[in-house]
Design a protein around this ligand. Structure first.
Ligand code: ADP
Length: 358
């Protein structure tokens, strides 16, 4: 297995900068996800690693092999990169059987028949598709085709596996099962993996680390927990899960904590943060982190319940304090027209500006 280094990777299509100064070190055996909304540059980055598009500048290295050194002429062609790639569409050859689909990359590598057969058996065994070796792709379900595509990417034992939205054509239930299964297989093989998705729940579920991207730039790189609990900016706080963004002003900004005043006059202690030039700021907090309490205390306020929605496992409410409206969430039902709330300081984040769209 090998690590992957992307250093100042920039990819332009004419005037459009699709990816700008991407810096990521993926450790050997790590499962790293590129996550972001459609058009943020995830696939462009992945395809540059595979050699299917041209990077403009920067460095791409896998193990001790430099695949791109910033000079377009020195780029290693895709067939010599030895990287496994699975596309969203699976891209199986329709007129070849499952076994022949897997044989093809081995024939390209000039492997003899008996070794080929052994590798094909091994790869189909890994994805539990051995009984289907002689079927054609159209005789398989979507989930089975996806497994065959994965087996084809693994059959030559690449040190690096690239997955471009591999589960997005499966229905929701199958998708959830497939991601658990995929992660188990990846851990067993210990193959360094880059996974592309726009689905934040999927990214949180499968990844060692997540690189959150927007408009060609990486906004944050961290473990699923880091990204969810300590979003680096209001884009990440909004894109991963959902957050309330409450207008406020800085009263006192210290190194360990800050004191802010919300638009309704409530004073909050929060972790340190940065306000805008005029002292204005937003406090981000997730609906499920706001506590419903009996007594009004520090970091607390009283709010009127404006709207109540039953979502099965939880209730969600829109509540109002002064001019300020925001959402809270509980696992039990609130009947009262008013609620007393507490904003735990550790779950508040202070940003200079509200997220203004991807
Ligand atoms: P994602 O995978 O995150 O949805 P992409 O990597 O496909 O995003 O695209 C990133 C940006 O690059 C988008 O603005 C897209 O329009 C642009 N782009 C992608 N491929 C091309 C291309 N072949 N020519 C011109 N622009 C492209």
């Amino acid at each position: 297995m090998a690590d992957l280094v992307l250093e100042n990777l920039t990819i332009k299509y004419g005037e459009v900068t699709a990816v700008e100064n991407l810096n990521i070190h993926v450790a050997s055996g790590e499962f790293l996800t590129l996550l972001g909304p459609s058009g943020c540059g995830k696939s462009t980055s992945l395809f540059a690693v595979a050699g299917l598009n041209h990077a403009t500048s920067g460095i791409i290295r896998v193990g001790d092999k430099v695949l791109f050194d910033g000079h377009p002429r020195n780029t290693v062609p895709p067939e010599r990169r030895n990287i496994g790639l699975v596309f969203q569409s699976y891209a199986l050859w329709p007129h070849k059987t499952v076994a022949d689909n897997l044989a093809f990359p081995l024939i390209l590598r000039k492997m003899g028949k008996s070794q080929r057969d052994e590798r094909i058996r091994e790869a189909l065994g890994l994805v539990e598709m051995l009984p289907y070796a002689d079927r054609f792709p159209f005789e398989l379900s979507g989930g089975q085709q996806q497994r065959v595509a994965l087996a084809r990417a693994l059959v030559y034992r690449p040190p690096l596996l690239l997955l471009d939205e591999p589960l997005s054509n499966l229905d929701a239930k199958l998708r959830e099962r497939a991601r658990v299964w995929l992660r188990e297989l990846q851990e067993r093989l210990n193959v360094t993996t880059i996974y592309v998705t726009h689905d934040q729940a999927e990214a949180l579920a499968v990844s060692d680390r997540i690189a959150v991207m927007s408009m060609g730039r990486m906004r944050q790189l961290g473990s699923p927990r880091d990204i969810y609990e300590r979003p680096a900016d209001s884009f990440v706080a909004d894109f991963i899960g959902s957050s309330n963004f409450l207008d406020g002003r800085m009263i006192e900004s210290g190194t360990d904590q800050a004191r802010v005043r919300l638009a309704d006059g409530t004073e909050l202690v929060t972790p340190p943060g940065r306000a805008g030039a005029d002292g204005a700021l937003v406090v981000a907090i997730r609906p499920e982190r706001i506590e419903v309490v009996r007594e009004l205390g520090p970091n607390g306020l009283r709010a009127s319940v404006m709207q109540k929605v039953y979502l099965g496992s939880v209730w969600q409410y829109v509540v109002r304090s002064g001019e300020m409206e925001f959402r809270i969430q509980t696992t039990w039902e609130i009947d009262d027209p008013t609620v007393t709330l507490r904003f735990p300081p550790e779950h508040c984040a202070v940003f200079a500006e509200k997220f203004a769209g991807a």
